[in-house]
Design a binder for this molecule. Structure first.
Ligand code: SF4
Ligand code: SF4
Length: 161
């Protein structure tokens, strides 16, 4: 993904001097079980500390070349332009709390005290689905999957509205 980001920035005549990746718990509950792993979280924290040190000493490490295969896959990724309506299902267990609306990074959800209404500007981050306290939002195979919320992050830290 760093390669993709480098390409996007190049279009704006900007470049990346340093790039690094951090392995973390998968949160794509539409297809996978997103079991929490304290081990992965601890490793990620160590990696972030290493990266912080690199940045402090202004280490230069440009992103790797964007692989051709990733380029091809990304071309067909539906949310590449942030404009899809994935067709979420919302069950009657929804209590209208509005958390999904507050965490959506694209402002794509309205609730008005009731069930969420989704617009067409979704990037399929699955924040709404993973963070719904009632497990009321479903997409693809998510009904059978474990959802994920990072226990080290407060819900209020994820609110954008
Ligand atoms: S977060 Fe869940 S319970 Fe709350 S409004 Fe959204 S769908 Fe309903
Ligand atoms: S998946 Fe992400 S972008 Fe899409 S509606 Fe839910 S929170 Fe918003």
């Amino acid at each position: 993904m760093n390669g993709r980001l480098a390409e996007l920035l190049k279009e704006k005549h900007l470049s990346i001097d340093y790039s690094a990746s951090v392995r973390h718990v998968d949160n794509y509950a539409a297809l996978y079980n997103c079991s929490d792993s304290p081990k992965i979280r601890a490793k990620a924290a160590d990696r972030v500390a290493e990266i912080a040190l690199d940045i402090k000493v202004r280490k230069i490490k440009p992103p790797p070349k964007y692989p051709l295969l990733s380029k091809l896959i990304y071309k067909f990724y539906p949310a590449r332009n942030g404009a899809v309506a994935p067709g979420f299902k919302v069950s009657d267990s929804c209590n209208g709390c509005g958390i999904c609306r507050r965490v959506c990074p694209r402002g794509n959800i309205e609730t008005d005290g009731g069930k969420p209404q989704f617009g067409a500007d979704c990037e399929i981050c699955l924040g709404c689905l993973n963070l719904c306290p009632k497990g009321a939002i479903e997409y693809k195979l998510s009904k059978r999957m474990t959802k994920y919320k990072n226990p080290e992050i407060k819900l209020s830290e994820l609110y954008v509205r």
